[in-house]
Design a protein around this ligand. Structure first.
Ligand code: DAT
Ligand code: MG
Length: 140
């Protein structure tokens, strides 16, 4: 398995509850390195662009308004098989289906307010990292 990078977002429900450190500890315990990180406040237009793939889904408005409601922490995680490993540590989209010990099982409030985003494939990881970070900001 190759060393990969993936884009992670700690969502507003988690930043609001001061959970950034606890969530980062889960990543680091799983062997993922945080090689870039910043706290930003997305505009609605930026959230809509980021989640464009979901623009025809019924929850698009709720999702993008939520993502633009309060600050988020965007970060790049690096490690062996980082994309799949991060998805494993995150847990299922709906916290009711998430495994014990996962971030969403422990912290998510609902399927919408589910604490973290993680890229789902190498192509989306590359696009999502480039959406938020320049090469100079990635410090491996
Ligand atoms: P994931 O974040 O696990 O990759 P996804 O890409 O299918 O999940 O959806 C993106 C986000 O959209 C998800 O984290 C929360 C929101 N979402 C998905 N399904 C939803 C639903 N049925 N109701 C409300 N929000 C939903
Ligand atoms: Mg997704």
């Amino acid at each position: 398995m190759a060393i990969e990078r993936t884009l992670s977002i700690i969502k507003p429900d988690a930043t609001r509850r001061n959970l950034t450190g606890k969530i980062n500890a889960k990543f680091e315990e799983a062997g993922l390195r945080i090689v870039a990180q910043k706290r930003i406040f997305l505009s609605l237009a930026q959230a809509q662009k980021f989640y464009e793939v979901h623009k025809d889904r019924p929850f698009f408005g709720e999702l993008t308004e939520f993502m633009a409601s309060e600050p988020v922490v965007v970060q790049v995680l690096e490690g062996e098989g980082a994309i799949a490993k991060n998805r494993e540590v995150m847990g299922a989209t709906n916290p009711a289906n998430a495994e014990d010990g996962t971030i969403r099982k422990e912290f998510a409030l609902s399927v919408g307010e589910n604490s973290v985003h993680g890229s789902d494939a190498p192509e989306t990881a590359a696009e999502e990292i480039a959406y938020f970070f320049s090469g100079l900001e990635l410090v491996g």
